[in-house]
Design a protein around this ligand. Structure first.
Ligand code: BG6
Length: 462
């Protein structure tokens, strides 16, 4: 059976500001939390003003200066869409200013103009694992209700500026990761209580819905989505207790989507808050704000996991504290590979929300070898992506409305969890090493030509 992708399916790749741009203090940019989690998103936020240190992301892959070359390479692959994020701290260096930083706004104008030259539709995340560091230092991060206003002001500023250039928006990248230690997603310390964490997340959810409302008011033709880490869990065995454990594990991330897509907290969270003696400050205005729901659901998918009622079987290995699936192989970084999981997830989300879906991250982090002739033969990446895209095609056949697919990542960049470049994702190789050495030269890998033919044939070559 040949796979039919819709005619207007958006094909492309996804990046985040802090993993590619570098130029971390250039043109008035302030420090962001991403600049301060030097060993990756699972490390603590350090005060860069107080410690004398450099970080791999300070330069990253220098997209800030090399974006025309990179966008031209994406265009050569045939991209119709590129997901980027705006670094909030380029626009509001401290987060609480009234007036934006013009140089920061001008940078993204140039990036969007460059995309437009190549007919590439931007998909823009407002906050990809970062916020201005001052908001953590001075206000205590998302634990403080004041952040809702700061974020809303930031969203309004960029909507005003880019309303004629950007049609697709996302609020918070992998918002469900805010629940995970060390809680950098919400800018809280490790020692925070459950109540403090859920309160901070509540503020983020309200801020997200306010941004959606502004988007609808200011740009009626634009579409705004949420962004979930699609951490789908299967029961480890057919024991009813394991089936229930998996159901609850999935609630742990689906609740974000439920609030953002339905406009209110699901009843299982009310029960959870009650059982854990968590009392949230939810105002009447918050409840009103939450009613503004997203237009589409977006998610990342790298792997599935298992859940069990037996706590002794939970062990680290994957991105989260997941139980490995005995039927699956894993990547070099221990991420289990499950192409069928993406079909399952697409069906699950579509049946749950009946809203269009956008796969905004999927790909394989691997060590690449540069051959003596300079070529990079990344068949393992091609196989991973091909197998996943075949399953996306199946989901489309199942009737799921899929808007597009942006791979993570079209070009090598600094990994979020490990702050390594050696965990390479790209179709384009970047000559930079974990110790910061390298020329930053870009080279097309074998997968570059594979993806080019997939896009050219609208999925027929899969
Ligand atoms: C997602 C993030 O979790 O996965 C990206 O949105 C991240 O920022 C990607 O880079 C892959 O994870 P990692 O840790 O391998 O970079």
């Amino acid at each position: 059976m040949s796979i039919q992708f819709p005619n207007h399916f958006l094909w492309g790749g996804a990046l985040s500001a802090n993993q590619v741009e570098g130029a971390y203090l250039t043109d008035g940019k302030g420090l962001s939390t991403a600049d301060c989690t030097i060993a990756g998103i699972f490390s603590d936020v350090v005060d860069r003003n107080a410690v004398d240190t450099t970080a791999i992301k300070d330069v990253a892959i220098d997209f800030y200066h090399r974006y025309p070359e990179d966008i031209a390479l994406f265009a050569e692959m045939g991209f119709s869409c590129l997901r980027i994020s705006i670094a909030w701290s380029r626009i509001f260096p401290n987060g609480d200013e009234k007036q934006p930083n013009e140089q920061g706004l001008a940078f993204y104008d140039k990036v969007f103009d460059e995309m437009a030259k190549h007919n590439i539709e931007p998909l823009v995340t407002l906050s990809h694992y970062e916020m201005p560091y001052e908001l953590v230092k001075k206000y205590g991060g998302w634990g403080n209700r004041a952040l809702i206003e700061f974020f809303t002001h930031y969203a309004k500023t960029v909507f005003e500026r880019y309303q004629n250039k950007v049609k697709y928006w996302l609020t918070f990248n992998e918002i469900n990761m805010s629940l995970h230690e060390p809680f950098t997603g919400v800018g809280l310390p490790r020692s925070s209580t459950k109540e403090q964490i859920y309160q901070a997340i509540h503020h983020q959810l309200v801020a997200s819905s306010r941004a959606v409302k502004l988007c609808h008011q200011m740009m009626p033709k634009a579409k705004m989505g949420n962004m979930l880490l699609g951490a789908v869990a299967y029961p480890l065995t057919s024991k009813p207790e394991d089936v229930w454990a998996a159901h609850q594990e999935n609630h742990g991330w689906l609740y974000f989507g439920d609030v953002q897509a339905r406009g209110y907290y699901p009843s299982y969270m009310t029960r959870y808050f009650k059982d854990n003696n968590i009392k949230l400050d939810i105002t009447q205005q918050d409840r009103e704000d939450l009613k503004e729901t997203i237009d589409f659901i977006s998610f990342s998918y790298y792997m599935s996991c298992c859940a069990t009622a037996d706590d002794s079987l939970r062990k680290k290995g994957n991105i989260l504290d997941m139980v490995p699936n005995p039927h699956l192989k894993a990547s070099e970084w221990g991420w289990q590979i499950d192409p069928v999981g993406i079909r399952y997830l697409l069906n699950l989300l579509y049946e749950r929300y009946q809203k269009p879906l956008f796969i905004v991250e999927n790909g394989l982090g691997a060590n690449d070898n540069v051959e003596a002739d300079g070529s990079i033969n990344d068949d393992y990446r091609i196989n991973y992506m091909n197998d996943h895209l075949v399953q996306v095609g199946e989901a489309i056949e199942d009737g799921v409305d899929v808007l597009g697919y942006t791979s993570w990542a079209p070009i090598d960049l600094v990994s979020a969890s490990n702050a390594q470049i050696s965990k390479r994702y790209g179709f384009i190789y970047v000559d930079r090493n974990d110790d910061g050495s390298g020329t930053l030269k870009r080279t097309r890998k074998k997968s570059f030509y594979w993806y080019q033919s997939v896009i050219r044939s609208n999925g027929q070559t899969l």
